[in-house]
Design a protein around this ligand. Structure first.
Ligand code: T46
Length: 133
């Protein structure tokens, strides 16, 4: 299993403004089958609280900022997403929680699989059983 990591998209731009490009299976290491975005989240709200069996995701704050707590049992860390060029490649084996949303935060998520509720591990004890080795 790969390890979640932060990568950066090239910023293209000219006098008119900026533009960033993400192509399926190029910079991000999977084919994009689903796109969703999280917005209007209250600053004190924490969401996520799950891992996945197979879905890989790329998280980008295209507006504003938020933080993501990651726990793959071997390491626990927090990632600040504060730029439209900063991409968190989130592997399925990371328990994740998103928090500290700015008012203007729009968190764009590119996912490797279509939505499937069965792909979620929402119980932390089960998560440790599945990924604890
Ligand atoms: C993740 C983090 C980063 C759907 O019907 N289809 C979808 O594609 C998605 C993503 C969600 N939903 C429904 C399921 C729930 O009834 O929308 C509702 C909210 O989803 P959830 O509570 O899972 O949202 P978050 O913010 O906790 O997690 C989401 C993604 O679900 C998840 O894959 O990794 O963002």
């Amino acid at each position: 299993m790969e390890i979640s990591k932060v990568i950066f998209v090239n910023e293209l731009g000219d006098e008119r403004g900026k533009l960033a490009v993400i192509e399926s299976n190029q910079l991000i290491p999977f084919i994009i089958n689903r796109v969703f975005y999280i917005y209007g989240t209250k600053g004190e709200v924490r969401r996520g609280f799950h891992a996945h069996h197979k879905t890989r995701q790329a998280l980008i704050c295209v507006s504003g900022n938020c933080k993501v707590y990651l726990d793959n049992i071997k390491r626990k860390t927090d990632v600040l997403l504060d730029s439209p060029t900063k991409v968190l490649i989130l592997e399925p084996n990371d328990w994740h929680e998103m928090y500290d949303f700015s008012v203007d935060c729009v968190l764009l998520v590119l996912a490797s699989h279509l939505y499937d509720a069965e792909d979620y591990i929402r119980d932390y004890e089960k998560f440790k059983e599945v990924y604890g080795g």
